[in-house]
Write a protein that binds this ligand. Structure first.
Ligand code: FES
Ligand SMILES: [Fe+2]
Length: 459
């Protein structure tokens, strides 16, 4: 991959002003990072359909990729006290994260060193790690504590009976693990990402966690949240106030060994879609957008834009400025736009004021289904951080609207996720061998496959 010019890059774009041109007219200018553009030349080949449906490809992913990359397992706040545990499963691997007496978080392979039983089947507090089968017990720090009838195991060396560990790192309150003991640091893996993701998520608490089973390959699910190209067909009700085709897509190149593939998109709010042919009157745009939150629109003064009034109205809601937002003032873009970041392989935190974070994983070893986690990180007043929300589990056929706290988001998720079993069905039925991608609007999806190639081909 080679980096093309930045800012900006060659290639076709939607009619109408681009995101940078629109933001140039904002009331409070965006932070420097949102002014950067980056594209990488990755070619235009089709992505093999096999990647989404084959058990053989899934097995390669597990061995070559999931077993060797840094991946989000938890929030630090999910394990506030010594003895708190959290089970993180990825494909058929399982880890138990534990807040150990030294205060750090460790991630043990979740399997007994006697005859293999999974040590913990669910998260929660425990004073020690005790296997339910014959009672072998470990201290929280992973050292062996007791073996019933130890006289019968004189052939085993106690010093070798500490629980094996995965590597653990943290960024902005997120706990990452890496099963590969020879992996480089999380810091190296993230590369330039933390410089660009300027919002301090450690200042927020997890106010909602929904974990849903979906009948689609994990990558096809992830990819459904990486472009705004689908808005015209999937969410036509929001074209009045969403600059879908004006979205800016940025792909940042990996740096060095254990290369971090990361990307970003910014879909602007408070502007009407270029698909509508002509810009709608500002009052109409503002009224439609605020109505979607159940709020009545103030009049747009002569010569003002819907976007500036929307930003001002939103800023008033976030006053005083939340601690998680850097700088003097909340910019228009941070207040109202849809700024999604992505870290390979499966983590998508939103930037700006949005509380949304997504994570996608295969459902066990099934290439045809996945687990999607939606985690909301919210700002709070005062010095006492509220406790981290426990996951709410939704099955394949459960509706997002069952989680009342999702509010208007539930309908959008239903629209997004509603397509996905049909995607998987079609991928299995198709005669075409590859999936075709748009050069610009789907560049972030193409990057996933370049990174996947890198891990799969890595010795
Ligand atoms: S399998 Fe764990 S104690 Fe026997
Ligand atoms: Fe969507």
């Amino acid at each position: 991959m080679t980096v093309t010019e930045s800012p900006g890059s060659a290639g076709a774009r939607s009619a109408g002003p681009n995101a940078q041109e629109i933001m140039a007219g904002d009331g409070v200018a965006p932070p420097a990072t949102l002014r950067v553009q980056s594209q990488v030349d990755m070619g235009n080949s089709d992505i093999p359909v096999e990647r989404y449906i084959s058990k053989g490809f899934h097995d390669l992913e597990v061995e070559r990729m999931w077993g060797r990359v840094w991946q989000v397992a938890a929030r630090e706040d999910d394990l506030p006290e010594v003895g708190d545990t959290l089970v993180y499963d990825i494909a058929d691997m399982s880890f138990v994260l534990v807040r150990v007496p030294s205060g750090e978080i460790k991630a043990f392979y979740n399997a007994c060193l006697h005859r293999g039983t999974q040590l913990r089947s669910r998260s929660g507090f425990t004073p020690e790690l005790r296997c339910p089968f014959h009672g072998w017990t470990w201290n929280l720090d992973g050292s062996i504590k007791t073996i019933p009838c130890e006289w019968d195991f004189a052939h085993l060396d106690r010093a070798e009976l500490s629980l094996p560990e995965a590597k653990v790192g943290s960024w902005s309150g997120w706990v990452f693990i890496n099963p590969d003991e020879s992996a480089g640091s999380l810091e190296d893996y993230l590369g330039t990402f933390p410089e660009h993701f300027i919002w301090d998520l450690s200042q927020r608490y997890k106010s909602l966690h929904v974990s849903k089973l979906i009948r689609v390959n994990w990558k096809a699910c992830l990819e459904a949240f990486m472009e705004s190209y689908h808005v015209i067909a999937t969410h036509p009700q929001i074209l009045t106030y969403l600059g879908d085709a004006n979205t800016q897509y940025d792909v940042f190149p990996g740096t060095g060994p254990g290369r971090p593939g990361w990307s970003r998109m910014n879909t602007l709010s408070g502007v009407s879609s270029p698909h509508l042919g002509r810009p709608l009157p500002p009052q109409e745009v503002l009224a439609a957008q605020l109505a979607s939150y159940g709020v009545e629109a103030p009049p747009v003064p002569e010569g003002e834009t819907a976007r500036r009034v929307l930003a001002e109205t939103t800023r008033a809601v976030f006053d005083p400025k939340p601690r998680s937002v850097p700088g003097e003032k909340l910019s228009d873009s941070e207040a109202i736009d849809n700024i999604l970041y992505y870290i390979f392989p499966n983590f998508q935190p939103w930037g700006g004021m949005s509380p949304i974070n997504y994570r996608f994983r295969p459902n066990g070893n099934d290439p045809d289904s996945c687990i999607m986690d939606v985690m909301l990180l919210s700002d709070y007043q005062g010095s006492e951080k509220p406790p981290s929300a426990k996951p709410i589990h939704l099955g394949f056929d459960d509706d997002w609207t069952e989680v009342e706290e999702l509010g208007a988001l539930a309908m959008v998720f239903n629209q997004d996720v509603g397509n996905l079993p049909r995607v998987q069905r079609g991928l299995r039925a198709t005669k075409k061998k590859g999936v075709s991608l748009g050069t610009y609007q789907e560049s972030r999806i193409r990057q996933i496959h370049h990174e996947l190639d890198y891990w799969i081909n890595r010795p």
